[in-house]
Design a protein around this ligand. Sequence first.
Ligand SMILES: [Zn+2]
Length: 409
Amino acid sequence: MVTQEELEKMSPEEIAELQRKNCIFCKIIAGEVPSHKVFNNDLVHSFLDIRPAKKGHVVIAPTQHAPIMPLLSPESFQGVFQSILTIDPSLKKETLSSSSSVFIANGPAAGQQASHFLIHLIAREEGDALSDKFSFTPRPDLKEKNDQLIPVLSKNLPLMLKNHAQKTGLTKFFSQPKTSDQQPSPSTVSHNEPAGQPSGQSQEELIVQFFDNYPQAKLLLEQDLDQFKELLREREELQKLFQGVNLEQLAKSFSESPKHPRFQEIFQGDDPNKQLLTLAEYFSGKPAALDLLVSDVDKFVSLLSSRPDVASLFKQVNIPLLSQHAFELFPNISTIPQQIFKGDNSANQFNDLKQYFSGKPAALDLLVSDVDKFVSLLSSRSDVAPLFENVDIPLLAKHARQLFGGDES
Ligand SMILES: [Zn+2]
């Protein structure tokens, strides 16, 4: 039996291995627990459900132990979904059904009970008693709320793709299908269009995206050009990406780009650039940690004391000052701005408020020091009030200094 303390010390790989050992579906796949096999190959094990919802209920399990769909390897993902195309027609033929339900519970709130990702394939016919379980009543009144997800999803999906790319390596990143249909913009880095790069984005956009995803690569270019060139020689896809680019000039432009005004005070180690990039990488994989740093710096510090591995990243970092400037230093990672600005156009809303407060420091002071009074004054100012529509004003008040600057009083 593993204690909670032991569990906390385990790496994600060790935890996965432990789950795998205890997983009933892995035992079925290994043949340790019998099952009525339907279709199997290296990637897929499918069998009749032992508690069928009706006649013709097949469970399709990837042979890889993955707790949820996003953790499937690309090969498993493809294999398991591909197998539906093989199993479904024969299931329909055997059960004389014309239709089938493909059911995936992805996570506990969706009804997932197993710790092994599964697909349920169920033969369906007119009037079978199952329909209630799989149908839902449309709610047109929620359309507006649903549409509010657009800016959040468009922000979060690239971030998730980025984290996934970091886990799976550079090659996977470059073979990702493009996710936007932006028109190519005129490139200022180079007008070459190397063969074999995904179309639709200019070379400059791809390079910017690359450095956003791999801050270490940016650091390498800035500090050790020869080693960066060596990296390019090793990686064909990078060679293509940087074809025709003047690397010396690019490195120079990076090292001359302006730094945050409090940069030296915040990062006091020998290599402040590296400290910043290491933390950027850490937070991009743990946005909740950044949220905590921003909203409760004392709690963040006290948690660090129990996590020596993480604490080492913050050695020689002025954490309270980092907390004050975290939104500027690590843009688009914290989820707090999304919680504050809930309108469709949150980026514009933020900019409008920033402009408003820059001309009205007294209003910012009032918001921070007495949010109730601020709200009551707002109700009498029909010209200003629209700026705060769909804004969580108490949460804004809490983070206004971090978002809009101004001295701590
Ligand atoms: Zn398993």
